[in-house]
Ligand binder design. Structure first.
Ligand code: SF4
Ligand code: SF4
Ligand code: ZN
Length: 136
């Protein structure tokens, strides 16, 4: 774990439900070496963790900035696959309200298949185990 839990991202995305989580990526919260390099080049992650020295963008005086608006909140408007981006401000509010550890627990439960309890990932919003289509 880095400064925040592995499954959390400073932008408010829940990395725990990313199709790459636990495979090529260890989550944005982790600082450990990993196969996929993308997060280390992410402007948002670098801005929040390094430039501003904050855990989450919601603690920033510039929140919500153009970067977040463009890259996440307003990207692919109305496309169900990208719901995990559109909900980041709600996620950040919730983190502020209940604390990140509780939020991670809440999200883990949220991304469980209602049919078989298997894990559901975003983009596809489908259970990995039984393929039930489910968008929490
Ligand atoms: S936008 Fe950046 S910080 Fe947010 S999940 Fe993606 S790589 Fe991580
Ligand atoms: S400027 Fe934007 S990306 Fe950087 S910490 Fe603030 S809200 Fe996050
Ligand atoms: Zn299932």
């Amino acid at each position: 774990m880095g400064r925040i839990p592995d499954e959390a991202a400073p932008c408010g995305v829940f990395c725990g439900a990313c199709p790459s989580y636990g495979k090529s990526c260890l989550g944005c919260g982790s600082d450990l070496k990993q196969r996929r390099r993308g997060k280390f080049r992410c402007k948002i992650r670098n801005c929040c963790f390094e430039d501003k020295n904050l855990d989450f963008c919601i603690e920033c005086t510039e929140f919500p900035c153009q970067l977040l608006e463009k890259k996440l909140k307003n990207s692919h408007p109305g496309e169900a696959r990208f719901k995990y981006r559109h909900e980041i401000y709600d996620n950040l509010e919730r983190i502020k309200e209940i604390g990140v550890e509780n939020w991670v627990e809440e999200q883990r439960n949220r991304f469980k298949c209602p049919k078989c309890n298997g894990s559901v990932t975003w983009y596809v919003y489908k259970c990995k185990e039984c393929e039930f289509e489910y968008s929490p």
